[in-house]
Ligand binder design. Structure first.
Ligand code: SAH
Length: 341
């Protein structure tokens, strides 16, 4: 019999399992706290549970860990990049960053990615599988254990397309914000997507406090389709409409990510098209990312970041340039890989 992965169970699911084992209801609360607040790595560490109950838990459930295969510490800033090995031997990367408002963790949601964005390293070696809710939580728990730094905010911007792993990501968010467990406010979480329109619309219905970051990178279908294959499925107008709907339903302003690539999307004409596209969505935010060069090549950082930002600001858009962290350890946007050994 395969054991149930206990960290992927919601509080209600765990409670039902514990009751079915003939234990009292309050044991579920104790156990959930051990798992998600105290972050035990073995059932035997739950000191207020009887030896008999611990043995029964070991029999029925598995409590997984991630192995640190590599830890790189930036010498420029406080960024740490982890290469984690998952229980089945697959690997993902996770990045811990330090900001004035606290520590932020960038987690992966899939092993590889099938979205095929031309400038992104994470998609180059293809897609292997989705991460489970437990594997997403464990990136937080293991990083906190190893670094001794508490994770105060979270970005789903590592390897993978979160909305392509929709059910597991939703369950992960549910677990993360469970009052019986970690109780993290989803206002401290950003989810970045290349624009899976149907899923954005579904997510909007939950009215979560989550910030939606939309990877736009080009304001017209011609330009966007040339660098992001997903645009052939959902065109710019559809993506923008889904963002408008998300904002309307949740009240959370949308953050648009725009990686500036030399001679691709960094001229004045593109800035004007972007203003025309996004003005009706105000208040929104444009996050300019000087593109990070990857070893496959093909794209160069734009030298026009400041002037592009100025065009947008003068056109009435709120635009900032994202600080690049961990560039000396390839920990910046779009540089994470599952095959980094
Ligand atoms: N799949 C999700 C999350 C991935 S990465 C998404 O597409 O949004 C987070 C951000 O980094 C995305 O906006 C992505 O487009 C951007 N990115 C990818 N490669 C990059 C690169 N080489 N330089 C700068 N940003 C990049």
């Amino acid at each position: 019999m395969t054991k149930t992965d206990i960290l992927s169970l919601s509080f209600n699911e765990l409670e039902a399992e514990i009751l079915a084992m003939g234990e009292k209801k309050f044991r579920a609360k104790q156990l959930f706290e051990w798992l998600h607040k105290k972050k035990v790595t073995e059932f035997s560490q739950c000191t207020n549970l009887s030896a008999q109950f611990v043995a029964a838990l070991d029999e029925k459930f598995c409590l997984n860990n991630l192995k640190i295969k590599k830890r790189l510490v930036s010498s420029i800033d406080n960024t740490v990049k982890y290469l984690y090995e998952l229980p089945d031997g697959e690997r993902v990367e996770t990045v811990l960053m330090s900001y004035s408002h606290g520590n932020s963790l960038c987690i992966s949601t899939q092993v590889g990615c099938r979205m095929g964005c031309a400038f992104c390293a994470s998609t180059k070696a293809g897609f292997v599988r989705n991460l489970t809710p437990a594997e997403m939580l464990l990136q937080i728990y293991e990083t906190e254990r190893d670094s001794g730094r508490p994770v105060e905010s979270l970005v789903l911007m590592g390897i993978g397309e979160p909305l392509d792993n929709y059910d597991n990501v939703l369950k992960f968010l549910y677990l993360l914000s469970s009052p019986e467990g970690r109780n993290m406010s989803l206002r401290h979480v950003s989810l970045s997507t290349c624009g899976l329109v149907d899923r954005i619309n579904e997510l909007a219905e939950f009215k979560l406090g989550l910030t939606l970051s939309l990877s736009l990178h080009a304001p017209t279908d011609e330009k966007r389709s040339a660098i992001m294959p997903i645009n052939k499925k959902y065109c710019v107008a559809e993506v923008i409409e889904a963002c408008r709907n998300y904002f309307e339903k949740t009240g959370r302003r949308i953050s648009f990510e725009f990686s500036l690539i030399a001679d691709v999307n960094d001229n004045r004409e593109t800035a004007m098209e972007l203003i025309k596209l996004l003005k009706p969505l105000s208040p929104c935010h444009v996050n300019l990312i000087p593109v990070n060069e990857i070893r496959e090549g093909g794209f160069r950082k734009s030298p026009n970041v400041k002037s592009f930002q100025k065009f947008l600001t003068e056109g009435g858009l709120n635009a900032t340039v994202r600080r690049t962290l961990g560039s000396d350890i390839s920990a910046a946007c779009g540089q994470l890989r599952r095959d980094n050994i």
